[in-house]
Design a protein. Structure first.
Length: 219
């Protein structure tokens, strides 16, 4: 079995930071759509290009040409001082007997930076896969990234278990023919988040990463 982890919101508690940074950046731009913290859920699992396309389509207003680069710069600055590992992740991953890897909508640079800041790079490298990798036509909720990851790791989709915190990520895993567990232990997950993930196709949800080995054994 292959365990495929998302990164943001599953391994690192980055989503509340990213939501605040995006909101403040749009405010600085005087953008007509101001994203509230509770609105960030609809961008979970998206690439920055998809975020741009969604915002521009909703308002009919173009974002700056360097929108993605500037947002990454602001995220990096905030992550440098605030990013934390999800409780229980390091101990849980070290104890896994199954193969595992990361498949994230973020760039490889972002993935490596997040893992380095939280002391986890050695746990996962070189098995890091990004929606920005060549050959991946569409990001989540399309299944491309997960199918690509399974091929590279040498596993059939039916033998993969995806750990995801976003609706888009769960939908991508299901579309790829994989089983998906929804994780709700991140700082961005409100009371109804688990129901959203189940509705998207997660076979079950959990909020404590130390429970993962038990859930894997049941899969």
């Amino acid at each position: 079995m292959l365990i495929i982890f998302d990164c943001d919101g599953v391994l690192v508690d980055s989503e509340p930071i990213a939501a605040r940074v995006l909101r403040h950046y749009l405010e600085d731009l005087g953008y007509p759509l101001i994203v509230r913290a509770e609105d960030h859920d609809r961008f979970l699992g998206f690439t920055l290009q998809k975020v741009r396309e969604t915002l521009e389509a909703e308002t009919g207003t173009d974002l700056p040409a360097d929108f993605e680069d500037e947002l990454r710069r602001r995220d990096d600055a905030a992550f440098e001082t605030e990013l934390k590992v999800i409780d229980g992740v390091i101990e849980t991953v070290r104890g896994l007997t199954s193969a595992y890897c990361i498949a994230s909508s973020g760039s490889l640079v972002k993935i490596r930076n997040s893992l380095t800041l939280t002391g986890m790079l050695d746990l996962f490298e070189p098995h890091l896969f990004s929606a920005h990798d060549p050959g991946i036509a569409k990001g989540k909720p399309a299944p491309d990234l997960f199918l690509f990851t399974a091929r590279r790791m040498g596993f059939a989709p039916a033998d993969c278990l995806v750990i995801e915190d976003s609706r888009a990520g769960v939908e991508a895993g299901v579309a790829a023919g994989m089983r998906v567990l929804g994780f709700t232990g991140g700082g961005h997950c409100g009371p109804g988040h688990g129901a959203v993930l189940v509705a998207a196709g997660a076979v079950s949800v959990f909020n404590d990463m130390t429970r993962l080995p038990h859930l894997i054994a049941q899969s």
